[in-house]
Ligand binder design. Structure first.
Ligand SMILES: [Zn+2]
Ligand SMILES: [Zn+2]
Length: 379
């Protein structure tokens, strides 16, 4: 083992990461070449960088602790400040000086992935139940065909920025309490891209993208609900500089239905029938999603009773099969009786011995219908 990295940083062998980082920062401030340019100090600066590179990385540290040389084949030297600085601990060095990360190094790419886009699509309950295919008008950024996304006018091309010589950043030596320090900031001429476009494309003003309206055909699967998002990969905005497109999300908004209320994959509706029909039984026609059907009201049906029509609801989005259509019965008590009707009802009451009914009392609300209403309100 050529170098005792723990000794270089002045920490114990069992030092934690915090301790190692602290020791490194302290030494980096003292020994930084910009602060202290004499060759011997620079040699030590390289040493502490190498030590920090090894000890701050749990894997390398383990290799080192086991007697190996994690920095081989380069030996103990880790390139020193400047060369290959992005590879190790550079931001830590900058942290030591400025207390914050300086961001990534080198020119940033003009090419970036485009943003995702979202579009709302209204569909009817029937469409949600059975699925549909929709044509969508989408307004997004597409690659500029004039410059193929490169942003340069036809016949011209981006050129290396002369201010930063393509590095995307410019350095400045300033005096501070530490002595002379070098700071870097994104190049103001090229905004950090490292290249400039002398003649921007007239079509897209150099962005590489133009807005365009497209028509997309979207398949909406059966069973979608309010808020369901359908992802169309790569149909979002293309990125700047000809970057790949983001995704397009189609968010489903279901319009409300005149008769049916959807809860999950079941549909609910209420049918109001006269007292006599509830007592004698009848059939009432109902336009379901599948067409006209007769709802069978059995004799003696009570208000609040529900009649399920199995498999007449919404298709399950996953797994197939369908929910139910549930018809809730509300029995209407006749009002505004004419003398003949009143006479008939009085006779009926007399025959049934119901002229002075005692009534059946129970705690709270017992009616099916009131419980159901609670359930609706509690949604
Ligand atoms: Zn263009
Ligand atoms: Zn530049």
């Amino acid at each position: 083992m050529a170098t005792d990295y723990y000794a270089v940083l002045g920490v114990r062998r069992d030092a934690g990461q915090d301790e190692i980082k602290k020791a490194f920062r302290r030494l980096a401030r003292e020994l930084h070449p910009d602060v202290n340019p004499d060759p011997k100090t620079q040699e030590r600066f390289k040493e502490i960088n190498a030590a920090y590179e090894v000890l701050s990385d749990p894997q390398k540290r383990q290799v080192y602790d086991l007697g190996g040389d994690p920095l081989s084949p380069n030996g103990g030297g880790a390139g020193g400040f400047g060369a290959g600085a992005a590879g190790f601990g550079f931001s830590d060095i900058m942290d030591a000086f400025f207390g914050a990360a300086t961001g990534q190094r080198g020119p940033r790419s003009r090419t970036r992935r485009g943003q995702d886009a979202m579009i709302r699509l209204e569909i009817t309950l029937e469409e949600a139940a059975f699925g549909t295919t929709k044509e969508l008008q989408v307004d997004t950024a597409v690659t500029c065909t004039t410059c193929s996304g490169e942003g340069a006018a036809p016949g011209t091309s981006a050129q290396t920025c002369d201010m930063c010589r393509g590095k995307g950043e410019v350095s400045q030596v300033t005096r501070s309490f530490l002595g002379q320090v070098m700071t870097s900031r994104p190049c103001p001429q090229c905004q950090g891209f490292g290249t400039v476009v002398p003649t921007p494309c007239p079509e897209c003003a150099g962005d590489g993208r133009v807005r365009a309206r497209r028509t997309l055909t979207v398949k909406i699967p059966a069973g979608v609900d309010n808020g369901t998002r359908i992802q169309l990969a790569g149909e979002g905005e293309v990125g700047p500089g000809g970057g790949p497109a983001g995704d397009l999300y189609v968010e489903i908004a279901e319009t409300s239905h005149a008769v049916f209320q959807r809860r999950g994959d079941d549909l609910h509706c209420t049918v109001t029938i006269p007292m006599t029909a509830a007592s004698l039984g009848t059939q009432v026609p109902l336009q379901t999603l599948d067409g006209l059907e007769e709802v069978d009201i059995r004799p003696g049906t009570q208000s609040g009773q529900s009649i399920p029509l199995h498999g007449r609801g919404i298709t399950h989005l996953r797994g197939g099969g369908r929910g139910d259509l549930i018809v809730h019965v509300e029995v209407q008590t006749p009002t505004k009786l004419d003398p003949e009707q009143e006479e008939l009802l009085r006779r009926l009451a007399m025959i049934r011995g119901e002229e002075r009914p005692s009534g059946q009392f129970a705690p709270g609300q017992q009616g099916l219908f009131s419980r159901l209403k609670d359930a609706f309100n509690g949604r």
